[in-house]
Design a protein around this ligand. Structure first.
Ligand code: NAD
Ligand code: IPM
Ligand code: MN
Length: 348
């Protein structure tokens, strides 16, 4: 039976990288003998333009029915100053589907070491999995606005912390067995609860995994000076947003990183971690690797197609090793050409 993928191309480079990743998914499915059905829905700024809402009811209904959701990116200067913002659609979708665990793998491709802002000896071998809590914290706390005052409440419950931490500990068991939990427990009450709760869960169920706590300011520094000392990074929503962009460039370009947002429902949401990149949109020059990596994660986590997921990852690895580069990495390939290179390697 065919699996249903809802596609949300969104704004800016979103449609460009989405098209590239869907082409890769289609040919991979063909090669591995399963069938995928793709349906595009309006989302983000494009949906505001089409019907006045960033997350229209029919888009949300389709996402709830789908086997998985694939998203490009949302946002851009066109909608930046209006009260209805594309980004609100993304937050609404994450929340409506309860996608509390955002996995953002940060792995250096050896052929790209020279593109990292870090010295080669520092960046060599870096392989971090960021587990960003995605439906709590300041993003979703009460917001207040008065004439000359504004506030965003940062709230976490033990329940929210435990379910995210479990994903991190479980992931660590399949990796190098180490979790660094990042907070601001020296200042924030919500971080003190975070630290206590993670420690208690560790004591109770995950003593076999090594746990280290770090404060977010010094962690931001150590991720640059010693990125090799991290395996799984567990952190709350806002810190995870900031630290994942910081980590992404260690690998050479933000255009390389994919993500999976998972929850208690079966549908996952898959998207590159970059935004709509308005400065390069419409030119077919965006790096599609982050989107293609997200497509591989979709096959792994939502469709249980591990072999096909690995085929995409391996083909991407080989394409980069053989020198295929988009402009963010100093190359000449267009978004479409980069995807074609990867598809050629999948065909074998
Ligand atoms: P951005 O990630 O869009 O761009 C930052 C820089 O990285 C830009 O110079 C851009 O050209 C470059 N870049 C990003 N993706 C690239 C790719 N695939 N290939 C090559 N270069 C790439 O961040 P921003 O400019 O701060 O945000 C632009 C808009 O995107 C904002 O409206 C923001 O809210 C939104 N945004 C959306 C998402 C999402 O949809 N998940 C994520 C982040 C930002
Ligand atoms: C991301 C983005 C989003 C976030 C924005 C667009 C709402 O930056 O996915 O990293 O802050 O979570
Ligand atoms: Mn972000």
């Amino acid at each position: 039976m065919s699996k249903k993928i809802v596609v949300l191309p969104g704004d800016g480079v979103g449609p460009e990288v989405t098209e590239a990743a869907i082409d890769v998914l289609e040919m991979t499915a063909q090669k591995f003998g399963f069938s995928l059905e793709f349906d595009d829905y309006a989302f983000g700024g494009a949906a505001i333009d089409a019907c006045g809402e960033p997350l229209p009811d029919n888009t949300l209904a389709a996402c709830k029915e789908a086997d998985a959701i694939f998203l490009g990116a949302v946002g851009g200067p066109k909608w930046g100053v209006h009260t209805k913002r594309p980004e609100a659609g993304l937050l609404g979708l994450r929340s409506a589907l309860n996608l509390f665990a955002n996995l953002r793998p940060v792995k250096l491709h050896p052929a790209l070491a020279a593109h990292s802002p870090l010295k080669e000896e520092r960046i060599k071998g870096v392989d971090i999995l960021i587990l960003r809590e995605l439906t709590g914290g300041m993003y979703f706390g009460e917001k207040k606005r008065e004439a000359d005052k504004a506030s965003d409440l940062c709230e976490y419950s033990k329940f929210e912390i435990i379910r995210a931490a479990r994903v991190a500990f479980e992931a660590a068991r399949g990796r190098r067995n180490h979790v660094t939990s990042i907070d601001k427990a020296n200042v924030l009450e919500s971080s003190r609860l975070w630290r206590e709760t993670v420690t208690a869960l560790h004591e109770k169920d995950y003593k076999d995994v090594e746990l280290r706590h770090e404060l977010v300011d010094s962690a931001a520094m150590k991720l640059i000076t010693n990125p090799g000392s991290y395996d799984v990074v567990l952190t709350e929503n806002l810190f995870g947003d900031i630290l994942s962009d910081e980590c992404s460039v260690l690998t050479g370009s933000i255009g390389l990183l994919g993500s999976a947002s998972l929850g208690s429902v079966t549908q996952g949401l898959y998207e590159p971690i970059h935004g709509s990149a308005p400065d390069i949109a419409g030119q077919n020059i965006a790096n599609p690797v982050g989107a293609i990596t997200s497509a591989a994660m979709l096959l792994r986590y939502s469709l249980d197609q591990e072999e096909a997921a690995q085929a995409i990852e391996h083909a991407t690895y080989v394409a980069l090793a053989s020198g295929a580069r988009t402009r963010d990495l100093g190359g000449e390939l267009s978004c479409t050409q980069m995807a074609t290179e990867i598809m050629t390697k999948i065909k074998g």
